[in-house]
Design a protein around this ligand. Structure first.
Ligand code: FEO
Length: 135
C-alpha cells in the first residue's frame, strides 16, 4: 500500500502543478517502498537525490507563477519553500553520511511536509492564480 495516495483534495486546479505534486508523491512512495523491502543504498540514495532535485524544481515553478502574477503571499510562501528545501537536503545528507538508512521518522517527516504544505499552504494560492487564468 502506498504511503500517500493522491486524491482530488490535493488539487490546486492547475494542471502543471498538480502533475508535479503527483510526481513528488510518487517519489516519496517509491522511497517508502524501497525502505520497506530494504533496497540497496544506491537505489535509495538515487531516489532521495531525485526527490531533492524535483522539490527544488517544483518550488521554482510555483515561485515563478507567484512573481509573474503578483501573488501577495509570495514572501511567506517562499520562506516555507526555503525551509522545506533545507530540511529535505538535510535528510538526504544524513542518509549519505550516516549509515545509509531511512528511518520511519524521516519517512513520516517527508510525508507530512508534502501533505501539509499542499493542503494548508499551496491551496491558498489556487483561487488567486485560477482567477489570473492559470489552470
Ligand atoms: Fe507545491 Fe508550495 O509547493
Amino acid at each position: 500500500m502506498s504511503l500517500i495516495t493522491w486524491n482530488e483534495n490535493f488539487s490546486v486546479n492547475i494542471m502543471e502543478v498538480d502533475s508535479q505534486h503527483k510526481k513528488l508523491i510518487e517519489l516519496i512512495n517509491e522511497l517508502h517502498e524501497a525502505m520497506k523491502v530494504a533496497k540497496g543504498k544506491d537505489v535509495m540514495g538515487n531516489i532521495l537525490s531525485e526527490l531533492v532535485n524535483y522539490t527544488v524544481y517544483h518550488f521554482g515553478t510555483e515561485e515563478k507563477l507567484f512573481q509573474k502574477h503578483g501573488y501577495a503571499e509570495y514572501v511567506t510562501h517562499k520562506k516555507q519553500h526555503d525551509d522545506l528545501t533545507k530540511q529535505v537536503v538535510a535528510a538526504a545528507d544524513k542518509f549519505n553520511k550516516g549509515g545509509n538508512i531511512i528511518t520511519v521518522e524521516v519517512m513520516n517527516f517527508l510525508k507530512n511536509w508534502l501533505q501539509n504544505h499542499i493542503l494548508a499552504v499551496d491551496k491558498r494560492y489556487a483561487p488567486f492564480l485560477n482567477s489570473k487564468g492559470v489552470v
